[in-house]
Design a protein around this ligand. Structure first.
Ligand SMILES: *Cc1c(COP(=O)(O)O)cnc(C)c1O
Length: 427
């Protein structure tokens, strides 16, 4: 589907049925696959032939949907995972091991921050966090001899900072390592990080890709551009024989285009599991079929709400990169010319008490620990996810007590703004 636009790829890429085959992606609800001879199956185990033998490693439904997402991002291969957390862990752990080091933007999703800073530290993988606004010199200073990857989010959840992908890619490549970008919030409809130099792209498909709050999932996409063999000393897992997999050297056998995802499948999925269920992959694909129609509406609603809030006397501050007053406006013009996403963060004057009254008064926007689905939802960290922290601790963490994260759904913007306006009047 190379010559079609991304809009058409959202609808039809991945699964292309032949004569008399099902129009919709078939759900292959089977743990295993049948073969006539042991030799046939042996070839699959040796990665000599492609095919399926056990759904913990691969399933046709997942592969159809992964192929669609690879096309949307402009990559060469992709793999679905059970969650966004699993996607980011696999993307990093596929090239990092005990003794490795990661350079990561400090402005990332809390779950990913915890994964890298705490859980991967227990595995002996260290990290240096850098500001998303770090200068080239500051970035270069963060690298060590054992650095194996650079990580950031196109639009960070929940800080809504915008990553300077070209700058981060340049620093990564100058040190012979890939840039991994979590592109969950803009989706490939609004930004394709590979076009700006990213090597690996990840998603929590739980968010806009599914878009209906129906299925938790993740995906890893490989650009197929990073030359592992040119940095073979840094990536022995890809560039030397895998004794646990019949002595295969992934980068030799599958080249730049296929090595990363083949290793992640044959080794990490085999050992850790965490594959997406075929049912969820089917649901994800239903979401993808309308992604290009939904994203502009999420952006339209987010932009309208941000513009309403920025003029409101009860609002201290609004973060939304589509606002001219936002510090990330210039970067957003470059990387997100059609807008970023529907999530808006804002701080109420009056702190915790104001936030409690505001949240209680909302009627259309529901209180949820979720973002990026069809229904507008809202969260005040101080009274929910971060309620164990004092106002002083919250301030120090950059999450003031009056901070609200509102994810604009697909409702009419007039109704979303009216709901917010009425709730503000209650403060
Ligand atoms: C939600 C989210 C994740 C984690 O994804 P899950 O599907 O919840 O595991 C990772 N990165 C970003 C940017 C997210 O918003």
């Amino acid at each position: 589907m190379k010559n079609y636009t991304i809009n058409t790829k959202c609808v039809q890429a991945g699964y292309r049925p032949g004569n008399g085959e099902p129009r919709q992606v078939p759900i292959v609800q089977s743990t295993t696959f049948k073969y006539d001879t042991s030799e046939d199956m042996g070839k699959l185990f040796d990665l000599e032939a492609s095919g399926y033998f056990y759904t913990r490693l691969q399933n046709p439904t997942n592969d159809y949907v992964a192929a669609k997402i690879a096309e949307l991002e402009g990559g060469t291969a992709a793999m679905l995972t059970s969650s966004g957390q699993a996607a980011n862990f696999f993307a990093l752990f596929n090239i990092c091991e005990c003794g490795s080091h990661i350079v990561a933007s400090s402005s990332i999703y809390g779950g990913t921050f915890n994964l890298i800073a705490v859980t991967m530290a227990k595995m002996g993988i260290e990290v240096t966090f850098v500001s998303p606004t770090a200068s080239e010199d500051e970035l270069n200073a963060a690298f060590k001899d054992n650095t194996r990857a650079v990580f950031g989010e196109t639009i960070a959840n929940p800080a809504l900072t915008v990553l300077d992908i070209e700058k981060f890619a340049k620093a990564a490549h100058a040190h012979g390592v890939p840039l991994i970008v979590d592109n969950t919030f803009p989706t490939p409809v609004n930004c394709r990080p590979i076009e700006w130099g990213a090597d690996i792209v990840t998603h929590s498909t739980t968010k806009y890709m599914d878009g209906h709050g129906a299925a938790v999932g993740g995906v890893i996409v490989d650009s197929g551009k990073f030359d592992w063999m040119a940095h073979a000393d840094k990536f022995p897992g890809l560039c030397t024989p895998d004794d646990s997999y019949h002595g295969i050297t992934y980068a030799e056998k599958f080249g730049k285009e296929g090595a990363f995802i083949t290793k992640a499948t044959a080794q990490l999925m085999r050992d850790f599991g965490s594959i997406q269920s075929p049912q969820n992959a089917f649901i994800l694909n239903l979401g993808l079929e309308s992604l290009h129609v939904r994203m502009p509406r999420h952006v339209e609603n987010g932009q309208a709400l941000a513009e309403f809030l920025v003029k409101h006397p009860k609002i201290e501050k609004v973060s939304y990169s589509g606002l001219k007053s936002d510090p990330y406006y210039e970067l957003a013009q470059k990387y997100l010319p059609n807008g970023g996403c529907g999530v808006v963060s804002f701080e109420l004057k009056g702190g915790r008490a104001a936030a409690e009254k505001f949240m209680k008064a909302l009627k259309l926007c529901a209180i949820e620990t979720h973002v990026a689905d069809a229904r507008s939802c809202c969260l005040n960290p101080a009274t929910s996810t971060h309620r164990q922290m004092t106002d002083e601790q919250l301030e120090a963490a950059g999450i003031p007590a009056g901070l609200i994260r509102l994810s604009c759904g697909l409702e009419d913007k007039k109704d979303i703004i009216a709901d917010v306006e009425a709730a503000l009047a209650e403060i």
